[in-house]
Design a protein around this ligand. Structure first.
Ligand SMILES: NC(=O)c1ccc[n+]([C@@H]2O[C@H](COP(=O)([O-])OP(=O)(O)OC[C@H]3O[C@@H](n4cnc5c(N)ncnc54)[C@H](OP(=O)(O)O)[C@@H]3O)[C@@H](O)[C@H]2O)c1
Length: 294
């Protein structure tokens, strides 16, 4: 089965490349081969490769920078999925669009269900929400366009919170980390497995149009930072962990407002994909075991 993968150089893209099951003919593209800000390039890639699936793992993911580059964020996060959807609608083929917990505003205080309305706070969330809406508008709800939302993605390569914390534990004695934002980390290793399982299972039965995939449990950024120090020391990646102090969102102002509580309810997706969730601390350990830090 031919799969056109975008964002192949990103953290999820690299995990997808490393774990592609047999039987998938992967056309892996990164920015050099396919500029997601160019809808004509997206259309023409579908026409050229005639994939059974487009797996759109590429995205404009710089949440704070998006506030000063809204046009580019929207072009990549909304324009590309729309262009893929239109091209696939014309010539056949399906789309797996990776999306985010940031499509929710984080005010409800209980886990978000896949069917809930999108209520994004900032430019990044709004651009990803517009991408989801475009996929649904063009490809409908019959399984030709699937949306897989995830949260707080961390992997052994690339730029992410866990690897940054590992470096800071090594460099500093004390760290202040936000403790009043709650969500759940998601390992790229587990997320990639969920993506491949989606493509495999969708050939045999219908899957929900919108799915949620995070690792199991819940955490604040502070909890994750503490766990990185503990596990990093256990694995011998750092000599000693730094003293991590909880701070508030107000203590650490950022250009983009973030949801205070963005836990995704993954129950239905785990059942649909026949996959158990791994607790985020176990998943974090597996990520750190494979970590390649500068
Ligand atoms: N990271 C998170 O915490 C998080 C949380 C929830 C959902 N997600 C979603 O999960 C998916 C995977 O994210 P990730 O963590 O793997 O992100 P990532 O590591 O930032 O990878 C994104 C990839 O997209 C590429 N890209 C950006 N702009 C592009 C353009 N104009 N043309 C072509 N490629 C472009 C980037 O290329 P360059 O390296 O050249 O910029 C990068 O390789 C995305 O849909 C993201 O929205 C991520």
């Amino acid at each position: 089965m031919k799969v056109l993968l975008t964002g192949a150089g990103g953290q999820l893209g690299q995990a997808l490349l490393a774990s592609a099951p047999k039987g998938f003919d992967l056309v892996a593209t990164s920015r050099q081969e396919l500029d997601l800000a160019d809808p004509e390039a997206c259309r023409s890639a579908v026409e050229q490769h005639q994939p059974a699936w487009v797996l759109n793992a590429g995205a404009y993911t710089a949440v704070d920078k998006a506030e000063s580059e809204p046009k580019l964020a929207h072009a990549v996060n909304a324009g590309a999925p729309e262009a893929f959807a239109r091209a696939l609608d014309q010539q056949g083929g399906r789309l797996l669009q990776i999306s985010t917990d940031f499509v929710f505003n984080g005010t409800q205080g209980t886990p978000y269900q896949p069917q809930q309305s999108r209520t994004p706070l900032g430019t990044y969330g709004a651009s990803k929400a517009a991408g989801e809406a475009a996929v649904q508008d063009v490809l409908g709800t019959g399984g030709r366009g699937l949306i897989l939302r995830t949260s707080w993605v961390i992997g052994p390569v690339g730029k992410n919170f866990a690897l940054t914390m590992l470096r800071l534990h090594r460099e500093r004695d004390q760290l202040g980390v936000v403790a009043d934002q709650v969500g759940c980390p998601t390992s790229t290793l587990n997320l990639a497995q969920a993506c491949w399982q989606t493509l495999q299972i969708s050939g045999t039965r219908e899957l929900p149009t919108v799915m949620h995939w995070s690792d199991a449990g819940a955490a604040s950024w502070y909890d994750v930072a503490v766990a990185v120090g503990r596990i990093g020391a256990e694995l011998g990646l750092i000599e000693t962990s730094a003293d991590v102090q909880p701070i508030t969102t107000a203590d650490y102002p950022t250009p983009a407002e973030r949801p205070a509580y963005s836990l995704l309810d993954c129950t239905a997706t785990r059942a649909a994909l026949d996959l158990n969730g791994e607790h985020w601390q176990q998943a974090l350990k597996a990520v750190l075991q494979q970590a390649r830090t500068p």
